[in-house]
Design a protein around this ligand. Structure first.
Ligand SMILES: N[C@@H](CCC(=O)N[C@@H](CS)C(=O)NCC(=O)O)C(=O)O
Length: 249
């Protein structure tokens, strides 16, 4: 579970990129654990980084849900994500982290599930649907994110590995895409008859397919689904949703 914001709010580690440190506003009085009304612009603060797929996924969910949020840039290059003040917001020392009122939530798929529940958006309507969504979110991290994000990191010079490993990840990515293609041949959306957080989680990975040199053209149903997804109201690219600097509402 998330830790309370009380301790975490003491020392903000994050600052404006390049400029003077931004001072986060105090957390909203009510949280999901004492829920502030949806639409309260002080409710959510997303901690993350523009280049981070999982950060984008959470920003995308908030944007598609038409919910405003503050954004704090965490400078991974400077190691801010491993500093004690950030570790109280995310015990894993990773971005993203989402403050909802008094509590911090981590792991992008778990954050998606939390937001779907508290905002009542992009969730399953029945237990069966909710479970199907969970299955896809687990699958996404297990089979899709890992090869795509590793290949992207290599292409960006952030990870080094040889051709043998590259071919292994490439093969894994193709196997995952074949599974998704098969599913999307039967249904417009991944886990239900309408878009859900399963689509948001998977889109948050496939957005970066080109950067990872993963070609989607052999998968026409995935390409069509991507277009449908990008036409959803509130959709934005990472650059449109995640500012380069911290933004406090
Ligand atoms: N499963 C995590 C993955 C988060 C993740 O890998 N974040 C990267 C940036 S994209 C990170 O913080 N890397 C630094 C590190 O792991 O030390 C989630 O979904 O939130």
């Amino acid at each position: 579970m998330a830790k309370t914001a009380k301790k975490a709010a003491k020392k903000p580690v994050v600052k404006k990129q390049g400029k003077a440190a931004a001072k986060p506003k105090p957390a909203a009085k009510k949280s999901s654990a004492g829920a502030a009304p949806s639409g309260n612009k002080e409710r959510f603060t997303l901690y993350g980084m523009l280049g981070s797929g999982p950060t984008y996924t959470v920003g995308l969910m908030l944007a598609l849900s038409r919910h405003p949020f503050s954004y704090i840039h965490v400078n991974l290059r400077e190691g801010q994500h491993k500093q004690p003040d950030y570790l109280v917001k995310n015990r894993y020392g990773q971005v993203p982290s989402l403050r909802d009122g008094q509590a911090y939530y981590v792991q992008s798929s778990a954050i998606l599930q939390h937001l779907a529940e508290v905002l009542g958006k992009f969730d399953g309507k029945t237990e069966l649907e909710k479970n199907r969504i969970r299955e896809w979110l687990f699958w996404q991290w297990d089979r899709l994110s890992l090869p795509v994000f590793r290949l992207r990191a290599r292409a960006r010079g952030l990870r080094q590995f040889g051709d043998e490993v590259r071919i292994m990840y490439d093969t894994e990515a193709k196997a995952a895409l074949a599974v998704l293609e098969h599913e999307l041949a039967k249904s417009e959306w991944v886990a239900a008859k309408r878009p859900t957080i399963a689509d948001i989680g998977i889109y948050g990975v496939l957005r970066y397919a080109a950067e990872a040199n993963v070609d989607l053209t052999p998968y026409p149903h995935i390409v069509a689904w991507k277009k449908r997804f990008e036409a959803l109201p509130g959709f934005g690219t990472p650059e449109q949703i995640l500012p380069m600097e911290s933004r406090l509402l």
